[in-house]
Design a protein around this ligand. Sequence first.
Ligand code: DX5
Ligand code: ZN
Length: 227
Amino acid sequence: MTYRIAPSILSADFARLGEELSHVIAAGCDWIHFDVMDNHYVPNLTFGPMICGALKPHAKTAGGVAVPIDVHLMVQPVDALASAFADAGADLISFHPDASGHVHRSIQAIKAKGCKVGLVFNPAEPLDVLDWVIDDIDLILIMSVNPGFGGQSFIDSALRKIEDVRRRITACGKDIRLEVDGGVKVDNIRRVADAGADTFVAGSAIFGQPDYKSVVDAMRLALGTAA
Ligand code: DX5
Ligand code: ZN
């Protein structure tokens, strides 16, 4: 199993976002998680495609290897902003199916822009839509907090949902990432992995500490993939 750690820059210092990206990439993270909130679908407001575009040149290692930008859209409607983020350099774009009038159309539109596409499920949102579109997507993102804010506590029922999603991915046979978002820390990441997740968003756990690398290393150690 290849595990990926995706720091959420929602918890970074917004006055120094470019530097924060460089630091967290130097700490060995795999993806940059970019939380887009619209003060409508969720009660908070963050950043748009212009900030994504400004950060894109910083999303690379010191050796020049690109680090994927993983855009998590908490917006309604979905399609116009998804398209703008694709133009701004997003590599993966995930949206909440309950925020789109036509989920299949939104998926196809994101793919047509050359991005990988994901669906995001809130803690109380059923997975039924996967019955119809799992073959079309690259990523499933399970929310383990209610979307809108960093620093909340992990909701345990997400573990059962992750197990369910892992079964669905195995049954469909496609290479689909299973990402988990909210309240992931060094001391619970192993449990989340055991439930079947392979990609871990962590905001406050990483940016809330002075030494990002020590947190990323501790997470990899817990996952059994220490360098
Ligand atoms: C919540 C966001 C998360 C958030 C996670 O709506 O989608 O990505 O930043 O933050 P932590 O890791 O602090 O729970
Ligand atoms: Zn997120």
